[in-house]
Design a protein. Structure first.
Length: 324
């Protein structure tokens, strides 16, 4: 979800311990190769080894783009005019529209290969409804938009208000959002929507929540189960610095791209393409309050605000997976 991390002190330490345990379990089962020994000898979540990556067929893919089509960026001709109209709609909130330059909605959705007649599931849409404002009106005439919300009891975050707030916003302006279907995604239940019913499942900056709750593997299996054969899993997330340990990356709100690829491929999804649409080389990923130091959160308030505004939103990988 889009909300900032609320954990600090003892809660943060407990959260990171959960993350380390979850990642260690994945390594023990061979899901993230090379991680288990690194966690026991070199600290929780040490960087994936070249040998471990090679064992998964991922050698170098986090930085070289050897898997899938690297650097794919759709041109304007690939963007549906109806999608562009939804993006340009004056009904979107000004704060959301102001972030278009950092989030590249048209290019991102075109890269995922979405069409207006498809069934699209968005996992854990944020309270600001950033993507909902675009996807729901665009899909309403011919497709289906399903918002899969977190359960109130999901560990590690305060999600109790998420669904009521989301439903209230939908009810306040049905003409604006069109027909929105709601589901619940707890990253465990593979039947959160009808199996094989989704043309696309989208995740924007959510994966760390599932990993630290010990549900990274089950989340990807549930996503794969929801997709029809040939369906697309599109993911955008904050990209960890090269060489960062999994623990350090998660603590700062970032995720290692190779770990995401390993989890997805272990669930039966094939990496089809990757894009630098949402890359930001100005993001040094060493900020005092993690990724939340940057806009739009500005965790430090007015302290060095101009500096972080100049950096902009985080450096993010954008990946498209396909179910066989």
């Amino acid at each position: 979800m889009e909300s900032g991390d609320r954990r600090d002190g003892a809660a943060r330490r407990a959260w990171l311990a959960t993350a380390a345990g979850a990642l260690g379990g994945m390594a023990a089962r061979g899901v993230v190769a090379g991680l288990g020994s690194a966690m026991t000898t070199g600290g929780a979540g040490a960087a994936l080894t070249a040998g471990g990556l090679a064992g998964l067929g991922l050698g170098g893919c986090a930085t070289t783009g050897t898997t899938g089509d690297a650097g794919v960026t759709p041109d304007a001709a690939a963007i549906d005019p109806a999608l562009q109209a939804a993006i340009d709609s004056p009904l979107r909130t000004p704060a959301n529209r102001a972030r278009d330059g950092a989030r590249h909605p048209a290019q991102t959705l075109a890269f995922f290969g979405l069409r207006a007649d498809q069934t699209v599931v968005e996992l854990w849409p944020g309270g600001g409804m950033w993507w909902t404002e675009i996807l729901a009106p665009w899909l309403a005439p011919r497709g289906r938009y399903i918002a899969a919300l977190p359960p109130a009891e999901f560990p590690g975050e305060n999600f109790a208000r998420a669904r009521p707030a989301f439903e209230a916003k939908l009810a306040a302006d049905p003409a604006r959002f069109g027909r929105v279907e709601l589901a619940q995604f707890d990253a465990l239940d593979p039947a959160f929507v009808a199996p094989g019913s989704a043309d696309a499942v989208l995740s924007f900056r959510n994966l760390h929540n599932w990993i630290v709750a010990g549900r990274g593997e089950s989340a990807l299996r549930a996503i794969a189960a929801a997709l029809r054969p040939g369906g697309v899993f599109g993911i955008e997330d904050h990209r960890a610095a090269p060489g960062a340990s999994a623990e350090a990356a998660l603590a700062a709100g970032y995720v290692r791209e190779a770990d995401v690829i390993a989890l997805a491929e272990a669930a039966g999804l094939r990496l089809a393409a990757r894009s630098e649409i949402n890359a930001n080389p100005r993001d040094g990923k060493d900020h005092p309050a993690g990724v939340w130091t940057l806009p739009p959160t500005f965790r430090l308030g007015e302290t060095d605000r101009a500096k972080y505004a100049a950096i902009g939103e985080s450096d993010r990988f954008t990946l498209r997976f396909v179910k066989a």
